[in-house]
Design a protein around this ligand. Structure first.
Ligand code: SF4
Length: 348
């Protein structure tokens, strides 16, 4: 198949789902959108029932089981939405969400209630109002363009958006969050790269969760962006059965760094509906980060973060190596777990 799979009948004909399961998968697909790009479908090992690529994109009956702590707005986007398309949670930065469609629909998505092929893009007037909101607030230093996936915008629209943001004097940083260079890298062509050209600091944050996603074509897409002078960062989600072991995370973070992508965040999964089967315990995540500390350089280590439910913000939740020991001195643990005393500062 050389186009994105969106129908359960296509999942069956591509042998990604057995005909016997079509009915139950249809029920899930009618609740949460399905899309698998040809590049991701080609990576799925059909003989492996636990394939980590398949798990991320193929509907699972457990998605229809919601637990009491889960919420349709797990990180409180809607409680910080002063105007359509803008989320303003921290004083100095905003999210700008120009569209709600994605190239793939990840089964663990924290915005799964909002994204989908039917999800609306901002109209011209709504986008203009969102830009006016940013223009009118000099404290906004950074805009994070997310969605949905902003790299699904036509290069012409992307270029106009970058130009409009670049023209706002107080805005210093434009950041794009996207899964496109990983899941459909051919979209990152010359026109898209040109659309991102600006004198402002523009960062692209790629979303990848497993080393097998870092294909030759994804690496080439990242190279096209980095050759244009665009700094690249990586964000990943800690997912049970996909990357919740140190060897897989090591492969993922080493692979990203080798393609000039600095791992930035490892997100603990959010409390989105029907995603309990994805979530390891926080203790397990911290233990994994501790294990990585001894295995890979600091360049390969993202911050392990949790977006607090209810919109209270994102905080690092990784292991802590320093504890106060009284009198201004500290007890510091090294990567092997040995504890050392660090002296207080000199008096006076
Ligand atoms: S690409 Fe991002 S926003 Fe889209 S479904 Fe995946 S996690 Fe959600």
């Amino acid at each position: 198949m050389d186009r994105t799979i969106r129908q359960v009948s296509e999942l069956v004909s591509e042998r990604l789902v057995s005909p016997a399961r079509a009915e139950e998968i249809e029920e899930i697909a009618s609740r949460y959108a399905v899309a698998i790009t040809p590049e991701m479908a080609a990576l799925i090992a059909q003989s492996d029932p636990a394939d980590p690529i398949a798990r991320q994109f193929l509907p699972d009956p457990r998605e229809l089981e919601t637990s009491p702590e889960e919420s349709s707005d797990p990180i409180g986007d809607h409680t910080h939405e002063p105007i359509k398309g803008i989320v303003h949670r921290y004083p100095d930065r905003v999210l700008l969400k120009p569209l709600h469609a994605c190239a793939v629909y990840c089964r663990f998505c924290f915005r799964r209630e909002d994204v989908g092929p039917g999800g609306e893009a901002l109209t011209g007037a709504e986008l203009a109002a969102a830009l006016d909101y940013i223009r009118a607030r000099p404290q906004i230093w950074e805009v994070i363009v997310t969605g949905g996936d902003p790299f699904l915008l036509a290069p012409r629209r992307l270029k106009a958006l970058v130009a409009a943001l670049a023209a706002i004097p107080h805005l210093a940083v434009i950041r794009f969050h996207t899964r496109v260079p990983i899941v459909t890298p051919r979209r990152v062509g010359a026109a898209l790269v040109r659309a991102l050209a600006t004198e402002k600091a523009l960062y692209v944050v790629l979303h990848a969760n497993h080393p097998r996603e870092l294909t030759d074509t994804a690496r080439a897409a990242a190279r096209r962006l980095s050759r244009a002078g665009i700094p690249l960062l990586g964000q990943s989600v800690l997912l049970k059965g996909v990357n919740d072991d140190a060897a897989t995370l090591e492969g993922l973070f080493r692979g990203l760094v080798a393609m000039r992508v600095k791992p930035y965040y490892l997100h603990h999964p959010d409390l989105a509906p029907g995603t309990a089967h994805w979530r390891p315990g926080l203790g397990a995540g911290r233990a994994l980060m501790r294990e990585l500390r001894g295995r890979v350089s600091g360049l390969c280590q993202p911050a392990y973060v949790l977006d607090l439910p209810g919109g209270h913000g994102k905080v690092p939740v990784g292991p802590c190596y320093a504890r106060e020991a009284g009198g201004g001195s500290w007890r510091i643990e090294d990567p092997e777990g040995r504890v050392h005393r660090y002296p207080p500062p000199p008096r006076g």
